[in-house]
Design a protein around this ligand. Structure first.
Ligand code: 5CA
Ligand code: ZN
Length: 408
């Protein structure tokens, strides 16, 4: 798939600071230790509706990871998927009498525009589920061959399932107990009551074709991919095993990231799939979780249509810490707009206070598990002082652009 447009990232003077980041698997904030090329896989959208502020906040969090790694001199090999075939897409297309392929194309195009407007650096590879079906088929065939997968005991629809214990490390990513796993599996797309499975927690790898559903011919028989194997196959084939980071929202901790890791581990016989599993918290609206079922979504594209400054949307979402559940309100937007105006005045003035201490503070805070509230407070403090340094306003503007992605 086509990715979206990039923009130049200014170089920042001074000394970069290595990134320390929260890892769900160890429940610790740990140093990231990428080589010359950092490898990051972030779970992309399921394009059946427009991008809301929750999605946007998640991609902004990982955009900061991208920027801190770039600041540290790494190349970043960033891969993101698009789940352009899955039940929600088919259900929405059916409801609206729409073509599911066109629906997916339309929402993906809107997502690219939203990401460009928010100045999210694009992934190097942006990969659709449909275009990676041959990769999924190859992976599922391998799991069947090595005994990690089996056919459901169902003569009519012998779907292929993953034995969740096959990797020997199941549970190491989420650290959830069995009861929590069972609850989230049922709530988040799993099928615990499916007759013919060996264990309620086993996850679908390949769904045998049903009448009226799209399907693809393959050596597994006609069918379509399960969800978790999509991300394992796409990531493994481009980034290899032992990636620096797998990311997504906290709703993906289980079952999605537990299974995508378990699949990759069962495919390669190696552990771990990722050195960091990092999860961003949920964004709600006026105190309630933002979700399609509640209908309380604020779309990035709607705000753009209303001529809201995308930099204010970006700053508003970054004004809370990425691991704190938070809500979007008009106040958050108003405050971000006012702050941007103050910052613009400061970087447009002919002189200002020295930029080097501010840049050092920005690096300290961002490298400490992306502490954006403190980084923003440091810029606030800098912007309220006066000074005689003629290069400082330009240097501050470049650092805010490079590290926070906010173009003033
Ligand atoms: N296609 C799958 C991942 S492979 C998927 O979860 N798609 S999604 O469209 O439902 O979500 C896209 C990303 O946004 C995921 O990383 C998800 O965790 C995140 N996300 C969804 N809702 C919210 C929310 N309210 N707040 C923050 N992040 C969210
Ligand atoms: Zn995913």
């Amino acid at each position: 798939m086509q990715t979206w447009q990039s923009h130049p990232v200014p170089r920042v003077s001074g000394t970069p600071k290595p990134l320390r980041l929260h890892d769900t698997a160890s429940a610790e904030i740990r140093l990231t230790t990428p080589g010359p090329t950092a490898t990051m896989y972030v779970c992309g959208i399921t394009p059946y509706d427009a991008t809301h502020l929750g999605h946007a906040a998640t991609y902004l969090a990982f955009d900061l990871v991208h920027r801190v790694w770039l600041d540290n001199g790494h190349q970043v090999h960033y891969v993101q998927n698009v789940t352009d075939i899955d039940d929600p897409l088919l259900e929405r297309a059916e409801r609206d009498q729409d073509d599911w392929v066109v629906l997916g194309m339309r929402e993906t195009a809107l997502f690219r525009e939203d990401m460009t407007a928010l100045r999210v650096l694009p992934p190097r590879e942006y990969v659709g589920a449909v275009e990676s079906i041959p990769e999924v088929v190859e992976a599922v065939a391998k799991l069947l061959a090595n005994g990690a997968a089996y056919r459901a005991d169902d003569a009519e629809y012998p779907d292929i399932y993953f034995d969740h214990k096959a990797s020997g490390h199941f549970g190491s990513e989420s650290r959830y107990d069995e009861a929590t796993m069972a609850r989230f599996f049922a709530e988040r797309g799993g099928d615990p009551d499916r007759v013919g499975k060996r264990h309620p927690l086993d996850a679908l790898l390949w769904r045998v074709a049903r009448p009226g559903e799209p399907s693809w011919d393959s050596e597994l028989g006609a069918g379509r991919p399960g969800w978790h194997i999509e991300c394992s196959a796409i990531a493994l084939n481009r980034l290899g095993m032992g990636i620096d980071l797998q990311g997504g929202g906290s709703d993906l901790i289980f079952p999605h990231h537990e299974f995508s890791a378990a699949h990759a581990e069962a495919l390669t016989g190696r552990h771990p799939f990722a050195h960091h599993y990092t999860h961003s918290a949920m964004i709600g609206l006026d105190g309630e979780k933002m979700s399609k079922s509640k209908g309380n979504l604020v779309f990035v594209s709607r705000l753009r249509a209303d001529n809201v400054d995308p930099m204010a949307v970006r700053l508003g979402l970054l004004s809370g810490h990425y691991r704190t559940d938070r809500t979007w309100t008009q106040d958050v937007l108003d405050e971000a707009n006012a702050r941007i105006a103050r910052w613009r005045t400061a970087v447009e003035s002919p002189t200002g206070p020295a930029a080097a201490p501010l840049i050092a503070e920005l690096r300290d805070h961002l490298s400490n598990d992306l502490d954006t509230p403190k980084a923003i407070a440091a810029i606030d403090a800098w912007a309220t002082q006066t000074g005689t340094d003629v290069t400082a306003p330009g240097e501050a503007r470049a650092a805010i652009d490079a590290l926070l992605g906010i173009l003033l």
